[in-house]
Design a protein. Structure first.
Lengths: 82, 174
C-alpha cells in the first residue's frame, strides 16, 4: 500500500499531459505508471529527471533491451519489487 | 532486439546472482582489486598462488587464465582454491554463466558491471568494467550503463520508500 496518495492523471498540470502520452507510448500501455506519477508530483523534477530517463533509455551503443535488463539487475540487487 | 524469451532472463538472473555471490566474498574478505591502481587491500584469507597450488587447482587456474585471456588469476578464485573441489565446481558455474548463450558474453559482463555498481562492490566494479572493456564495450556504452544504474538506483529507492506496488505483471509484457 502506497504511503502517499498518487494523483490521478487529470490532477496534474496540463503542461504534463504531452509527457504522459509519450510515457504511455514508450511503454506500450494505456495508463500512467505509478513512478511517473511520483516523478510528476513536482513538474520541475519531472522535466529534468524525466528527460534524463528518456535520454538514457533510448537505443545507443547499448540497446533499449539491454538497458531494460540492466534496470532489472539493479532492481534485483536493490531487492525492489516495483 | 527484444528479450521476449524467458531464456534471456534466466541467464541474466544467473549473471547478477553469481556476480553478487562473488562480490560478497571478495569485498567481505577485502581481496585486492584486480586492475585498479589503488592501495592494495590486505586479504583476510590468503589466496593460493599458482606455484603453491595442487595439480588439480593448477588445472582450474589454467582454464581461468584461458577464459579471461590473462596471466593473472582473479583473487576470488585463488581464495576459493582452499577447497579445490569447491573451486572446480564454482568455476564451472561461473564459466557457464559468463559464456556466450542467448545473451552474449559482453552483455553479461556489462550486466555484471552494473549489478556490481548497484551493490557498491569495489571488487566487482573493478573486475567487470575491465572485462567488459576488454570484450569491446565502448566508453559511450560504459556511460550509458552508468546512467541506467543511476536512474534505477534512484527509482528503486523512491519506490521502496513510498511502498509502490508493481504496475503490471511482467509476464503480460513482451
Amino acid at each position: 500500500m502506497e504511503t502517499v496518495r498518487l494523483l490521478e492523471e487529470h490532477e496534474f498540470p496540463q503542461e504534463l499531459q504531452k509527457y504522459f502520452e509519450g510515457t504511455k507510448t514508450w511503454f506500450g500501455i494505456d495508463y500512467l505508471p505509478k513512478m511517473s506519477k511520483v516523478i510528476s508530483y513536482a513538474p520541475e523534477f519531472a522535466n529534468t529527471h524525466g528527460r534524463c530517463s528518456r535520454r538514457a533509455m533510448v537505443d545507443g551503443d547499448l540497446t533499449r533491451a539491454q538497458k531494460e535488463m540492466i534496470a532489472v539487475a539493479v532492481s534485483a540487487v536493490n531487492a525492489c519489487e516495483y | 532486439m527484444g528479450y521476449g524469451d524467458d531464456a534471456y532472463w534466466y541467464e541474466a538472473a544467473y549473471v547478477y546472482g553469481v556476480t553478487n555471490g562473488i562480490n560478497a566474498v571478495a569485498d567481505g574478505l577485502r581481496l585486492p582489486l584486480e586492475n585498479s591502481d589503488t592501495p592494495a587491500r590486505k586479504p583476510l584469507i590468503m589466496p593460493i598462488e599458482f606455484e603453491e597450488a595442487s595439480d588439480r587447482v593448477k588445472d582450474t587456474y589454467s582454464d581461468i587464465m584461458t577464459f579471461y585471456q590473462s596471466e593473472q588469476i582473479p583473487a576470488i578464485f585463488k581464495t576459493l582454491a582452499h577447497d579445490d573441489g569447491y573451486l572446480k565446481d564454482y568455476w564451472g558455474a561461473v564459466r557457464f554463466v559468463f559464456s556466450d548463450g542467448r545473451l552474449d558474453r559482453l552483455t553479461k559482463e556489462t550486466l555484471a558491471f552494473t549489478a556490481s555498481m548497484a551493490a557498491k562492490s569495489d571488487y566487482g566494479v573493478d573486475f567487470h568494467l575491465t572485462e567488459a572493456r576488454r570484450l569491446g564495450l565502448s566508453e559511450k556504452g560504459v556511460m550509458e550503463a552508468v546512467q541506467v544504474v543511476q536512474l534505477f538506483s534512484c527509482y528503486t529507492k523512491m519506490a521502496d520508500g513510498l511502498q509502490l506496488s508493481p504496475d503490471f505483471d511482467p509476464m503480460g509484457v513482451t
